[in-house]
Design a protein around this ligand. Structure first.
Ligand SMILES: Cc1cc2nc3c(=O)[nH]c(=O)nc-3n(C[C@H](O)[C@H](O)[C@H](O)COP(=O)(O)OP(=O)(O)OC[C@H]3O[C@@H](n4cnc5c(N)ncnc54)[C@H](O)[C@@H]3O)c2cc1C
Length: 466
């Protein structure tokens, strides 16, 4: 029996742990924190009104078929372990002029949007089997196989414009355009710098829907951990690995941030220098608020847009400062879990503003900037309405998850190399060292991290058959 040491119990590490154990490898997972989940973690707090629960990372899941595929690979039915509920509308978007748009059938059926989605469909149907679901080392082979049936879509991969440029060429309505620009932030990038190829993100959300697991997103890693244990994997929590090259196993698979791995634990490798040369994806300034009040206008997901969206990305990626007029994201999961995530008459707010990674900035008083901004949308929250609050900064993301300088997705997808050729899943000269997760191929977010775990397990099976 060959042994695999997996470093990190994030979504990618868990996905590969369950698959490799199922394939017949002896799997040990080493996680520095006290539980599995990585960025998809949760927090609870007891207050005078009762207990609140927050998702500290994702609060929306798409492409549920990828999760279903993992469970069926291990001989189980997803639905027997997790109940996924559709979020419809997936999100409510607010502007200071009073405009409100819901992300629902009406938006997806808008004539401009239909034309856009038709364009993006071709991109998705080409990139999913050729790129997203396959090992990058097989890229040329896959391309050759898919060339004939998908040849008409290949020009769409030649990046002649940014996502924002593509959005403007299809979408006449500036409000809808801003909604579609925002999809670039799903992988921590700027719509004005990222490739038009990322029009597949709204296509994916419109086609596969937005879902929320009953009990919270942290149920996902929890159930995958159980699945991996059932297949025989062993978990070692509170165990930080600082030497990736001398673990007692035939194969090492690192699920920690790949930039941190090269810069911190593999400093002798020249990849470490090259890997940190590109723009980092954004981080976040997060407030977890126990709110003693209900806001009927809010849904599970809410976006309060900046009036100057371009300036916001300038602040994030050029000036490297917290936006002076931020777009504010508020997730209130108690809307989907009445009685579950917040006590009666209360709401659990997860408030997030995109922030740059890597800079030491002052966050004092930034929550006041956010509250003052929310007032412009008629959302009045006073200190008296808040029973408990926790602030999470880029430094906290770095400390808790070993995320390089707090960036949430490794590289920002601001160029062809960083968007389409993510850091390799294999070490350049150590044949037994591999990488998986949102900072490597095919990218960040729960579904892609799950796919990354699947691809890593398939590469390992090919190189070290059992
Ligand atoms: C605020 C926020 C909101 C998000 N929203 C969404 C969303 O709505 N939808 C969505 O799909 N995705 C979302 N994401 C992204 C998603 O959470 C991540 O892309 C995904 O969970 C990353 O999984 P991963 O496999 O890369 O592992 P990670 O989550 O990065 O976990 C890596 C694990 O490795 C451990 N580790 C690192 N180094 C070591 C070491 N040396 N020794 C031992 N253990 C180590 C870490 O402690 C961590 O547990 C969000 C993320 C954040 C932070």
């Amino acid at each position: 029996m060959k042994s695999v040491a997996i470093v990190g119990a994030g979504i990618g590490g868990l996905s590969s742990a369950a698959r490799l154990a199922r394939m017949g490898y002896k799997v040990d997972v080493y996680e520095k924190n006290e539980c599995a989940g990585g960025k998809a973690s949760e927090k609870r707090s007891k207050t005078s009104a009762g207990t609140f629960r927050w998702d500290c990372g994702p609060s929306l899941v798409t492409m549920p078929h990828i999760l279903r595929d993992l469970f069926s690979f291990c001989g189980e039915q997803l639905e027997e372990h997790l109940v996924l509920k559709p979020l419809d509308p997936a999100c409510r978007y607010f502007w200071t002029d009073g405009t409100v748009i819901d992300e629902d059938e009406t938006l997806w059926k808008h004539p401009d949007v239909l034309a856009y989605l038709e364009y993006a469909k071709g991109l998705y149907e080409t990139s999913a089997p050729l790129y997203l679901e396959k090992a990058p080392r097989d890229w040329w082979k896959n391309l050759a196989q898919g060339l004939f049936s998908n040849i008409q879509h290949l020009p769409k991969f030649i990046p002649t414009q940014s996502l924002a440029g593509l959005n403007r060429s299809f979408l006449g309505d500036p409000y809808i355009c801003q909604i579609f620009d925002r999809f670039a932030t799903y992988n921590g990038s700027s719509p004005f710098k990222t490739l038009s190829t990322f029009s597949i993100i709204p296509y994916i959300e419109s086609t596969f829907g937005a879902w929320y697991p009953q009990g919270g997103v942290a149920r996902i890693p929890c159930e995958i951990e159980k699945l991996a244990r059932k297949e025989g994997a062993t978990f070692h929590f509170n165990t930080e690995i600082t030497d990736l090259c001398n673990l007692n196993a035939d194969i090492t698979l690192c699920n920690g941030d790949i930039i941190t791995a090269y810069r911190t634990w593999l400093p002798e490798c020249s990849t470490g220098k090259d890997i940190a040369e590109y723009d980092l994806s954004s981080s976040g300034y997060v407030m977890l608020l126990a709110v003693k009040k209900k806001f009927e206008r809010l849904l599970h997901h809410n976006i309060f847009f900046s009036d100057h969206y371009g300036r916001e990305f300038d602040d994030l990626f050029n000036n490297r400062s917290l936006p002076s007029e931020p777009t504010i994201y508020i997730a209130v999961t108690s809307k989907s879990a009445p009685g579950g995530d917040a006590p009666e008459g209360c709401e659990n707010w997860f408030v997030m503003v995109n922030s740059p990674a890597a800079i030491p900035f002052h966050t004092e008083d930034y929550d006041e900037v956010i509250f003052r901004r929310l007032e412009k949308f008629g959302i009045h929250l006073t200190q008296n309405d808040i029973l408990d609050r926790e602030i999470i900064t880029p430094a906290d993301f770095s400390k808790r998850h070993n995320a390089w300088q707090g960036s949430l997705y490794g590289w920002a997808s601001h160029s062809v190399p960083t968007a389409l050729f993510r850091p390799s899943m294999q070490h350049p000269y150590r044949q037994d060292l591999y990488f998986t997760g949102g900072t490597t191929h095919p990218g960040g977010g729960i579904p892609l991290a799950l796919l990354s775990g699947k691809i890593a397990s398939e590469i390992i099976r090919e190189d070290f058959p059992v």
